[in-house]
Ligand binder design. Sequence first.
Ligand SMILES: Cc1cc2nc3c(=O)[nH]c(=O)nc-3n(C[C@H](O)[C@H](O)[C@H](O)COP(=O)(O)O)c2cc1C
Length: 172
Amino acid sequence: MNVEEAIRKRRSVRSYKNESVPREKVEDLMESVRLAPSATNRQEWKFVIVDDSEKIEGLKNCTKHKFIAQAPYIIAGISTDPDYVMPNCKAAGPIDLSIAIDHLTLKATEEELGTCWIGGFDQNCAKQVLEVPDDLEIVALTPLGIPEKPLSEISKDRKDINEIITYNEYTK
Ligand SMILES: Cc1cc2nc3c(=O)[nH]c(=O)nc-3n(C[C@H](O)[C@H](O)[C@H](O)COP(=O)(O)O)c2cc1C
């Protein structure tokens, strides 16, 4: 599968089969995360791969998105230097983690696995479950597992291209 095919095929998956996925397969996916770019290549990140059923249940209690517990894994993307701000006044941590998680979601798509960005969770609750120190930040969670139905059956609604690009200057 080439990059364009993965981009077109990927969906947020909110229903998973009750089937396991070998850890080796997940570790292969994490290689795409490892290779992601980051601001000044600082790689200030950690990824917790959660497959312990009690921990998964614990994370389920930190969100209203209960489907996350259907998948055999939940992956937490953690910024280990959330206070680092770039010259453009933007915190690098969430951006670095977003790119890395996007690598993961696209690689997972190639492997016929489903993911779903979860920003809707209680930060302190998830930190407690995963024993993440207070000064770090969990940027995203995603379940990882076998989708219940083919990705092509999940809708992909997007704005028209002319609504989102302009040439040379910003126009509303
Ligand atoms: C930063 C971010 C946070 C998100 N948080 C959630 C979430 O908490 N729960 C959820 O079900 N989906 C979440 N999503 C998934 C979006 O709803 C989804 O990407 C969007 O509807 C487009 O659908 P698609 O991913 O299938 O193309 C999030 C996506 C992003 C990028």
